[in-house]
Design a binder for this molecule. Sequence first.
Ligand SMILES: [Zn+2]
Ligand SMILES: [Zn+2]
Length: 238
Amino acid sequence: MKKHNINCMICGEELIYSTENRELECIYCGGIYKSNTSCKSGHYVCDICHSKDGIDTIYDYCLKTNKDNPVEMAIELMKSNNINMHGPEHHFLVPAVLLTSYYNVSGQKDIKAKKLRIARERAKKIPGGMCGNYGSCGAGIGAGLFISIISEATPLTRESWGSANKMTGRALTKIGEIGGPRCCKRTTFIAIREASKFVDENFGIKLYEYDKYKIICEFKKFNKQCIGVECPFYKPSV
Ligand SMILES: [Zn+2]
Ligand SMILES: [Zn+2]
């Protein structure tokens, strides 16, 4: 099921078609284009971004954004038609928004691109269906992948090796406590929140106010297996 074919992908408002072209900034790649179509709030997605695959959408968006909050980034990306309701692109989405937040917050934007490329290569090797088939949700692994990259862990390091494995374990424990069936939105939100706590506790960097910020899922209408009130991010009115 496609998201918002008639209305704005970002806010769901009706699209407005004006008679003249205006300069509009694409929400995903940051490019400036002349177009006569946007919503009332000026949200605009360029033609190139409309037809990209999910991985490129995530990479390009993370590269250009100056945002701090990884949950806001994840939700904005999830609204793109290029990101499926469920799918292995979430295995890259989790480390990508966490790395972006980490390097934006810590003022190291110069190395963000390099780190995102490493995450993209590694995340490609995490197949879909890992959650049920191997007992290792790919979003949870994405949190460990994030810690591995920021701490420069390798199979031979000591502390960073430990941190990366602890991170994956913590994310998977939280994901497992709720149970299935799979929902790439729910597990992504849990992985991001657990990783943000972990980075605060172990690296002294606060990516967002994870103890106050309430995550609300806007995707239940696309998910046939939504567990409803059993999900911590479910809100009936959304
Ligand atoms: Zn809009
Ligand atoms: Zn674009």
